[in-house]
Design a protein around this ligand. Structure first.
Ligand SMILES: [Zn+2]
Length: 153
């Protein structure tokens, strides 16, 4: 008797057969759909508000309704066009939000393998695409304190 090839079990529910992605299946169709819905929802909750629009650089405030910081502020994204690609600096206030928190459907308790940071990166990817796309490099900075100063010379 020959052994049949069997797809692995879904990594999320642990019950149904995983069929996606084809190469290295981790999701069953149902969990894939719920995960995508949660991801889209979270992407809409992460707000990137453009503060400065330059020729080769843009600055965005990151806002999230669950942020503990004043004005829902979570940090900033600096997007720099550099040659054919992009340099991205993401500064996150360390005490504002737990970006590693997994996305959970509060009604069913379903836990997605994605976290909030994935949704933030999803939003940043859209920015890069809107600039024509290309290779990019992202640095994350976790900051404890924010100091501001201003002046005129
Ligand atoms: Zn599943």
């Amino acid at each position: 008797m020959s052994e049949n090839f069997i797809n692995p079990v879904c990594k999320v529910c642990g019950i149904a057969e995983a069929t996606f992605p084809e190469e290295n299946a981790i999701f069953c169709p149902e969990c894939l759909e719920i995960s995508e819905q949660l991801f889209d929802q979270e992407m809409r909750r992460v707000e990137l508000i453009r503060i400065i629009r330059g020729h080769d650089v843009e600055l965005y405030d990151i806002k999230h309704p669950d942020s503990l910081a004043e004005d829902d502020h979570c940090g900033q994204v600096i997007l720099i066009k550099a040659g054919q690609g992009f340099e991205v600096k993401i500064c996150l206030r360390s005490d504002a939000l737990d970006w590693m928190e997994k996305l959970v459907d509060t009604e069913t308790g379903f836990t997605s393998p994605d976290n909030r940071l994935d949704a933030l990166i999803g939003n940043v990817s859209l920015l890069i695409e809107s600039w024509g796309g290309g290779p990019y490099y992202v640095d994350f900075f976790s900051v404890d304190k924010v100091f501001s100063t201003e002046g005129e010379l």
